[in-house]
Design a protein. Structure first.
Length: 66
C-alpha cells in the first residue's frame, strides 16, 4: 500500500470513519498512483480494494502495489 493510502487511513480514527468509497477517477488516480478508468476504490481500516471492469483487471494487478 502506498503512502497516500496510508495517510488517508490514518485519518479514519479522528473522523470516526470505518470505510470510504471513492468513485471520482481523479481521486482514485491520485491515491493509487494509477490512471483510473471506470473504477471504484473502497478503503477500510484494514485494506484498500480497487474495483474495476474485467477489461482492466490484469493491467491494474500488474501496475498497482498491495
Amino acid at each position: 500500500m502506498n503512502s497516500r493510502l496510508i495517510k488517508l487511513k490514518a485519518t479514519f480514527d479522528a473522523s470516526s470513519i470505518d470505510a470510504l468509497l471513492i468513485t471520482n477517477d481523479s481521486n482514485i488516480t491520485y491515491l493509487c498512483e494509477y490512471k483510473s478508468e471506470e473504477s471504484w476504490l473502497l478503503v477500510t481500516r484494514k485494506e484498500a480494494v480497487y474495483i474495476t471492469d474485467s477489461r482492466y483487471f490484469l493491467d491494474v494487478k500488474n501496475k498497482t502495489k498491495g
